[in-house]
Ligand binder design. Structure first.
Ligand SMILES: *[C@@H]1O[C@H](CO)[C@@H](O)[C@H](O)[C@H]1NC(C)=O
Ligand SMILES: *[C@@H]1O[C@H](CO)[C@@H](O)[C@H](O)[C@H]1NC(C)=O
Ligand SMILES: *[C@@H]1O[C@H](CO)[C@@H](O)[C@H](O)[C@H]1NC(C)=O
Ligand SMILES: *[C@@H]1O[C@H](CO)[C@@H](O)[C@H](O)[C@H]1NC(C)=O
Ligand SMILES: *[C@@H]1O[C@H](CO)[C@@H](O)[C@H](O)[C@H]1NC(C)=O
Ligand SMILES: [Zn+2]
Length: 384
């Protein structure tokens, strides 16, 4: 096992080194762009929508985005109410509503790679994210970060750091509202504003997304697909760490519950991996991540971001000519990718079933708002 860990670390070190070399190029390109814009002195800086609110759909930007796609044929399913909504009673036929009937259609729910923990963190970036990044760097681990657009524009340097350190970026919407409660046009606004923010700071066009609260049905999927997104849910209740419930739920409960899930998994045939639900939301969630990751490594479970789980050499929508590095040692594979720089600069310059309870556990509070909310209030929401 020691040997295994050592060789997998070596593979990841190679990957990180490659990404660092690539990000130097990105930084250089970005500098050039900025200089050019400054010289022209006509470029207006982007005015972002209000934080943590569904962006208006009547803005020039959203109207232009709506013209780019054809939403005809979107399933006509009534909007749900509540944030997150409760399950419709009676159920809506053929809705394929993951959090209520467990129907995932072609959403990704498990890491495709055997014996692998698909490491993902939702709701960031936050002021506690750098602590997590330091830890992951020390362990030579890479993760996928499901970013909230409102937080991206608040902490763009942290997002850049995530890319520079070899992590993978994905979308968790602009304002963290339940998507089945939003109109098709509002979903477009949520996704494209987040995409634009990440594009502006990193040059990467996001491709994977996780619906807030796991709240996704056939209508939401239809719109996401038109926008080029692949939804990634998670591998069921037992892989929801419930980290966001701290401090109402004690850290020791979070750890002991998740340990049982790891033991069950380690005793299984492990032919597919799993995605777990974790958050880089605050001091507590970042703290517990550093305690549970070693429990996975101790059980010889490989830890990897989405591109490695899914063997996706193009984990961004604009990585068609991506540089991919693959290092494999005894079954451990690490893949890294960089965006097509040409595509980058041109875009930038344009300036109650099983999962029902799980979905309740997906953090209901976007980013910075959480710290203002007492644990008791959060627990109250869970019961709502
Ligand atoms: C660890 O996992 C790898 C594959 O992920 C496997 O090849 C190896 O045999 C495992 N080692 C132990 C000690 O279980
Ligand atoms: C491994 O386990 C899963 C579910 O536990 C089962 O569906 C699958 O058939 C098993 N695969 C093998 C190769 O035994
Ligand atoms: C959380 O905050 C406490 C008190 O400021 C600090 O001692 C601890 O190191 C922090 N933990 C993490 C994981 O940042
Ligand atoms: C790969 O695994 C085999 C058998 O477990 C071992 O003999 C070999 O040394 C390993 N290779 C590396 C590079 O760790
Ligand atoms: C990058 O992508 C753009 C747009 O998709 C394409 O026109 C260009 O040829 C690509 N660049 C390279 C180096 O392949
Ligand atoms: Zn979330």
């Amino acid at each position: 096992m020691v040997k295994f860990v050592a060789s997998s670390l070596a593979a990841l070190v190679l990957t990180v080194a490659t990404i660092q070399a690539q990000s130097t190029t990105t930084a250089a390109a970005a500098t050039t762009k900025t200089t050019t814009s400054a010289a022209a002195a006509t470029t207006t800086t982007t005015t972002w929508p209000a934080a943590n609110q569904v962006p208006p759909t009547n803005s020039a930007e959203v109207q232009a985005w709506l013209k780019e796609i054809d939403l005809t044929g979107a399933p006509d399913i009534e909007l749900h109410k509540g944030d997150p909504p409760s399950c419709p009673n009676p159920p809506i036929a053929n809705e394929c509503y993951w959090t209520c009937d467990g129907c995932s259609d072609d959403d990704i729910v498990s890491c495709a790679r055997p014996n692998t923990w698909g490491l993902t963190f939702d709701d960031g970036p936050s002021t506690d994210t750098p602590t997590l990044l330091t830890y992951l760097k020390g362990q030579n681990l890479a993760a996928s970060f499901f970013l909230i657009g409102s937080n991206v524009v608040q902490y763009p340097e942290i997002v850049k750091q995530e890319v520079a350190e070899g992590h993978h970026l994905a979308s968790h919407t602009w304002s963290h509202h339940a998507l089945t409660t939003l109109t098709n046009e509002q979903i477009v606004a949520e996704m494209r504003w987040t995409e634009k923010a990440v594009m502006e700071y990193t040059g990467l066009k996001l491709k994977y997304m996780r619906p807030p609260y796991g709240d996704i049905n056939a209508r939401v999927r239809f719109v996401l697909k038109k926008l080029g997104y692949i939804p990634v849910d998670w591998t069921g209740d037992e892989f929801d760490t419930n980290d966001w419930q701290m401090p109402t739920m004690s850290e020791s409960t979070v750890i002991s519950t998740f340990t049982k899930s790891l033991d069950t998994y380690a005793a299984s045939n492990k032919t597919t991996g799993f995605y777990c639900l974790e958050h880089d939301l605050n001091n507590l969630t970042v703290g517990v991540a550093q305690k549970i990751i070693p429990l996975g490594l101790a059980r010889n479970i490989t830890i990897a971001p989405i591109p490695v789980c899914e063997s996706d050499a193009s984990p961004y929508q604009n990585s068609n000519t991506a540089t991919t590095t693959t290092a494999a040692t005894n079954g451990t594979t690490a893949t890294s990718t960089s965006a097509n720089q040409s595509a980058t600069s041109s875009s930038t310059s344009g300036n109650q079933a099983n999962q029902g309870k799980t979905s309740g556990a997906e953090s209901r509070v976007a980013g910075s708002a959480l710290s203002a909310i007492a644990g008791a209030a959060v627990a109250g929401l869970l019961l709502a």
